[in-house]
Design a binder for this molecule. Sequence first.
Ligand SMILES: C[S@@+](CC[C@H](N)C(=O)[O-])C[C@H]1O[C@@H](n2cnc3c(N)ncnc32)[C@H](O)[C@@H]1O
Length: 231
Amino acid sequence: MAFIPSSIKSCLSNPDPHVNYSAKFTTIQDPLQKELQRATLGKAKEFGTLGAPEVLTFGENFIRAFKGKKVLDIGTYTGISALAWALALPDDGEVLTMDIDLNNYKKFGVPIISKHPETFKKIKAVEAPALETLDELIADGQSGTFDFAFIDADKENYENYYNRVVTLLKSGGVVFLDNCLWGGRVTVEEHLENDPLCAAIHKTNRIIFQDSRTYSALLNFGDGTHVAFKV
Ligand SMILES: C[S@@+](CC[C@H](N)C(=O)[O-])C[C@H]1O[C@@H](n2cnc3c(N)ncnc32)[C@H](O)[C@@H]1O
């Protein structure tokens, strides 16, 4: 069975006191976020893939600092990352969240987020393979218009998502790629050979490091957050 690292583990149950301490002095959650996190951890399948709260707070900080208005959220799941970005956006901001299957969002996210219509109205959810959605945005002339993006869907496509997102970001825009340490496995040769998801993430990390279109840093934060700023 394929290895799946837990993003949420970084903050809630990591045995390393340094990780817990940093997460504690980073994470700020709205009551809606706490409610959706509780609901997801309690009942959704694969709840360990829920975005790490400290990473979401860090992303919100960027959106607020840059006064971002247009956000891409690749991999909706129950909607906790889309909710974070919506809370950080101004009233006329929009999060385009995309997932191949929006059932978890409809079941867990929508009933909770819709209690706050001002936030809910900022989230547009698209059910389709994310590559198709991103290609449609490029064909629609939206290149160079997005302020922030979060890549957190299927790891095989990380390189493809990154390349499309760089096209869609405006100059100075920021992308976060989640799970870029893959539970530490990207550092182990055996996993790079035997785990295709691990190899795909490692390849994307190298591409970002060498990419002249962005300035970047791979942070040991959450499950590894690769942060890239478009030149
Ligand atoms: C790790 S979860 C996203 C977690 C979410 N960002 C959060 O913070 O809780 C990954 C999601 O990617 C979706 N996904 C997988 N393959 C996809 C694809 N080809 N296109 C779009 N979404 C995909 C899955 O259905 C799943 O909901």
